[in-house]
Design a protein around this ligand. Structure first.
Ligand SMILES: Cc1cc2nc3c(=O)[nH]c(=O)nc-3n(C[C@H](O)[C@H](O)[C@H](O)COP(=O)(O)O)c2cc1C
Length: 187
């Protein structure tokens, strides 16, 4: 019973990076989640403006920006306030840093520290196939991820407590599954 109560009171954490791949669709998913905190990379802050989504986020969502050298907000993970981390959409830059254990900014620190706090992670990397179509602020463009980008995604799949999703549909499904799991603790 005590465990149920603890999970019920915990929150979602979502990391937004500077990847435009399903960026707008990710914002829609974020808006549909209750009890969520957003951690945004410096690039994501710019991309939010470019995709005209800066004012699309409800005021109730707490946004943590990357404005400290030591990523002060990651302390929240050590207070055990999150049950789930979502990294979506994730740029090739952040994926590369994550798989090599680098934590030198807010996005990569959230991934590293939440992992060290045993928080379950749903991870949507942008480079999911050798050929992709993605939405830029000025329309759709073709993208051809490099071998290194695809190899890094394979490495990511080996991380503990990390579910890698390779499409927006899969991301949506994993979030729904997690919401169903959470319902077991609401009474
Ligand atoms: C409009 C826009 C869209 C972008 N989309 C992507 C993308 O889909 N994938 C990617 O790897 N980088 C993309 N970038 C480049 C990243 O923002 C850039 O690599 C940045 O350094 C990533 O920083 P972060 O990983 O700290 O968020 C995009 C940049 C812009 C301006």
């Amino acid at each position: 019973m005590e465990k149920n109560k603890q999970i019920k009171n915990k929150r979602w954490a979502w990391v937004l990076t500077g990847s435009g791949h399903f960026f707008n669709e990710s914002i829609t998913l974020i808006k549909d989640i209750k009890n969520i905190d957003l951690f945004i990379s410096k690039a994501a802050e710019e991309v939010l403006v470019m995709y005209k989504k800066k004012d699309a986020l409800p005021e109730a969502i707490k946004i943590f920006k990357d404005n400290t050298s030591s990523s002060v907000p990651v302390g929240q993970f050590y207070r055990g306030i999150y049950h789930t981390l979502v990294m979506a959409p994730t740029s090739s830059n952040t994926v590369a840093k994550c798989v090599y254990g680098i934590s030198d900014n807010l996005a990569t620190n959230v991934f590293a520290q939440s992992g060290k706090c045993k928080v379950e992670c749903i991870f949507f990397p942008c480079d999911t196939a050798p050929e992709l179509i993605t939405r830029s602020p000025k329309g759709f463009v073709d993208v051809y991820p490099r071998n290194i980008d695809l190899e890094n995604v394979e490495k990511l799949k080996k991380f503990e407590r990390t579910t890698v999703v390779l499409s927006h549909k899969e991301l949506k499904k994993e979030i729904e599954n997690r919401k169903k799991w959470l319902k077991k603790f609401s009474f």
